[in-house]
Design a binder for this molecule. Sequence first.
Ligand SMILES: Nc1ncnc2c1ncn2[C@@H]1O[C@H](COP(=O)(O)OP(=O)(O)OP(=O)(O)O)[C@@H](O)[C@H]1O
Length: 889
Amino acid sequence: MGKKAHKQNGESPAQKTAQPNGAHDVPKSPRHSNGLNFEKHTETDTEKLSTSPAPLNASRPRFPALQQDSSVETNADISEAFGKRRHSLAFDFPEPKGEELLRNLKKRRKKERRKAAKAQAKEQPASVKAEIGDDPMEATADATEEQPVVELVEIEVPVLSYKVPTNGVATAEKLEKLTRKKLNGHALPDREVAFKPAAAKTPENGSRAATKPAQGKKVVNFPETPQGNQINGVATEPTTKKAASKALLRSKKEELQAQREALPCYEARDNITAAIMANQTTIIVGETGSGKTTQIPQFLYEAGLTKNGIIAITQPRRVAAISIAKRVSEEMGTRLGDKVGYSIRFDDTTAPSTKIKYMTDGMLLRELLSDTKLEKYSVIILDEAHERTLRTDILFGMVKGIQKERKDLKIIVMSATLNAERFSQYFDGAEILYVAGRQFPVRAFAPGAQLEDYVDAALVTTFQLHQEEPKGDFLVFLTGQEEIDNLQKLIEEQARDLPPKCPKLLVCPIYAKLPTDQQTRVFNPAPPGTRKVILATNVAETSITISGIRYVIDTGVSKVRSFNAKTGMESLTVQPISKASAQQRSGRAGREAPGFCYRLYTQAAYEGLSEETEPEIMRCNLASVVLMLKASGVDDVLGFDYMDKPSRTSIVRALEQLYALGALNDEGGLSELGQQMAELPLDPVYSKVLLQSVKYKCTKEVLTVIAMLSVDLIFFSPNDKREQAGQAKKRFMNYDGDHLTLLNVFSSFQTVHGDAAWCAENFISARSLKQVQDIRRQLVSFTSRQGIDTTVSCGTDNLEAVLKCFLSGCFQNVAMRTPDGSYKTLVGNQAVYIHPSSVLFLKKPDAVVYNELMHTTKQYMRNISIIQPQWLLDVAPQYYGRAAARTTG
Ligand SMILES: Nc1ncnc2c1ncn2[C@@H]1O[C@H](COP(=O)(O)OP(=O)(O)OP(=O)(O)O)[C@@H](O)[C@H]1O
């Protein structure tokens, strides 16, 4: 069998599997391997999907020995490789290790799956059982002759098309002026220059000021002279250190200047600045990596827009705020926290000298609570506006309202993937600027046929690329912590079997709930001879530049929160991403050099994706937003100027919930409790629980349980050790349910001082428990600020108080057992089921309170505890008292 892919006439598997509306099937997970087998193909095969049907070649050996391409080493020059290598993949490791690895892998996984299936069959509810055994891996594992082949073919990455807006604000002529070179005609900068690492500059070549001291001056790392450290008898060491540090900052700035100048935004700087100066509000659209986030604030600073105020740039995620602030401070030759700083929850690095402030959208909203006109800001840049997070959406309305009273306030809305005209209309016909061009191309690939299981496909693709592709780190997009943890384990396990010559793999996870210091670890360069594999949720989807990333592996899915206003039920589901997200994901490669994006879904599936992500405000519980609006002085929450107005039912539902929680008074105004709740960085339900813990005298315990609930995965259960893991869990089990079980886990963890071996023995995620400690510490600091004694404990004899306290906030999350053994929610009368991970799974108590609903095959309640129905009247008299009065009266 040659390398060349076999083309077939007629309908391709991609066409066969594509749904009529092109809808994207969410591939299944947990893993059901189909023995994924990508095939190599030549340059001529890298055509459009429609002309290159994926071969299903029955006679092809399953895992051919690697056709060694000696001209390309793993560390080979990437641009050379472009010309010589194939961009489809074959999971073909060098003999004999590769074949052996695959055989072992298959055997092990088959064994594991059988074991897991047996174990699950015992545990799972009926509908889950039906899925077990429906495992394509089982069916195909031994079918050596008929192995399906899945081919990745190159597809066209949609580059921004620059339409002239119909509202006439940006004319074609203006557009022409503002645009830079289009991608096709754009010559790439000399690779040698573009890739030269900072460290390559040595004292010998004299290009670093810090290592080439100016005459008579002393800098760091040089021995001090007697004259140098004393002036008039006063020690000057700090001065010399300061000088050295200034020199370092200056040299870094000089080093980055060339990179800045190569960015499309830089070339358009005069026009961008002029347009912003001339308008109150400006919408800016430019390719990912064109320099919007890092450059535009600097242009405005240089243009003097910070004379009367600070420039705020909001980011939906804290990791972006931190990393960009760091980069911009380097580009400006200033210390982080001086002219440039960031502000995220629990961490504010700004100073009175700060002029450019990167912050999360949540932080700016929080500032609105105390500064309703945002007086200290002269410019507010709402970045990554396409994400339409709940907070950014609220900020749109808030800053628009403020600008009516503050004519001096400039608003800028930015993104690479934005329906600019829509934004322009919302902001009263604001001018739109299109910055064309990107610095480096990203080539995208997609399989010819829909893949069964995206986690499995990500695993296989990672190893294939690692074996075949030159230097460059990987960024893999997944949906959540559990998936990330699982894939990390699988990669680490299988990496042990890699041939000795192959570079090592270093796996770095990043997801929202990971503490900030751990999130920022993804930016650390991999050690020499190691390739970094970042496993990320959509936290890494926008804004950030992770140095070294050349390959993006996009599973095409993310976890989405949705809310049914009619039933009042909120749940999390895995759903296909939008085209805008796919574009952002691929945009994480190609920032410092040409990049590649491997989409694990077909081009047909891509075409079927929605253009934009549905605004979060349209699909989530609005209680926290309404509370925030009320606390910021917006009383008429129905009449607020939303960009997309949520349904009346959703808003009314939120008002009802806040009223039931006691956050609103009878007139709909904010109560004192509501004010306190708004000040806590928690969902209103948990703010209420925490504040109520004073009454129930269990603040210490409640803080722990809330922190534990904030983390996704406490227990892990490897497929081959499910029984042991189950036994270990029993050691912590409290028969009243998961809340108190979690409390037991944390207490034991504290007792052993977080011992890693103890965690491993008990199948407890040490990483998660460390996060819990971190979150708990932060919560303690917030709660103490409200004058609450965080050490008050109910002791071990009165743990019922903890459950009552949770019920006082989560009283709408109650389900009662029906005669047939299933459960119905008290609010909404919806069928729900106890999740198999709950300690109550086999117990089936009469009434339970749950923490959240998770929709997989059906609506599962997660984190559940037993309650007595009569408690409801005590803990939520405003809610259940009225209902009771209605039924009895
Ligand atoms: N931390 C960093 N390390 C290395 N290069 C960086 C870093 N941050 C930014 N850059 C460089 O600056 C370029 C522009 O980044 P910037 O974040 O300003 O782009 P952008 O247009 O806002 O992109 P996006 O739409 O993806 O947010 C990047 O492509 C990269 O070349």
